[in-house]
Design a protein around this ligand. Structure first.
Ligand SMILES: Nc1ncnc2c1ncn2[C@@H]1O[C@H](COP(=O)(O)OP(=O)(O)OP(=O)(O)O)[C@@H](O)[C@H]1O
Ligand SMILES: [Mg+2]
Length: 142
């Protein structure tokens, strides 16, 4: 499930995103993804809090980024799921799902409209150019 930090506060009634993530898990969410625009995403995988920074891009139009993030995560998940069950998805798998989703979100904001920027080619080039930096600077706590 995806929502942004403001939506999480509204849903959970909790000020802290970390507490909000735990609240989502208690509500039955299997993979909570909370986005925060150019600050990236946070997620909870088992007992580990994941903080992954965003790609650095020139923003032209921020609309549609949340949907693009979800589309990227779902696309990557569709590649992973034939090989393993959802319950078997590892922390490393989640980091790559988030990375791919974030590349789609970043590609989205580079162009006017919600879909023109989100191309397989741009998602691939963003991961090629910035993926290692983001992998290295992703924080895992707990
Ligand atoms: N300025 C930005 N720079 C880089 N990446 C961005 C930027 N804005 C959004 N993204 C990417 O898109 C993801 C989703 O963005 P955001 O948190 O704004 O979602 P949202 O509030 O649901 O968006 P929307 O306004 O489309 O509903 C972010 O986690 C990030 O990966
Ligand atoms: Mg949204």
């Amino acid at each position: 499930m995806h929502c942004n930090v403001l939506e999480l506060k509204g849903l959970s009634g909790l000020a802290s995103a970390e507490e909000g993530l735990k609240w989502l898990i208690n509500m039955g969410v299997k993979l909570p993804v909370v986005s925060n625009g150019e600050k990236g995403v946070i997620s909870l995988c088992g007992d580990k809090i994941v903080r992954q920074p965003a790609f650095k891009v020139s923003v032209v139009d921020p609309s549609g980024a949340g949907d693009a993030l979800c589309a990227g995560i779902i696309f990557k998940l569709s590649e992973t799921l034939p090989r393993k069950r959802f319950e078997e998805i590892s922390l490393e798998d989640v980091l790559e799902l988030l990375l791919f989703g974030q590349a789609a979100g970043a590609a989205c904001v580079e162009k006017i409209g919600t879909t023109p920027g989100v191309t397989a080619e741009r998602v691939r080039s963003l991961i090629e150019e910035q993926g290692e930096r983001i992998r290295r600077s992703t924080l895992i706590e707990g």
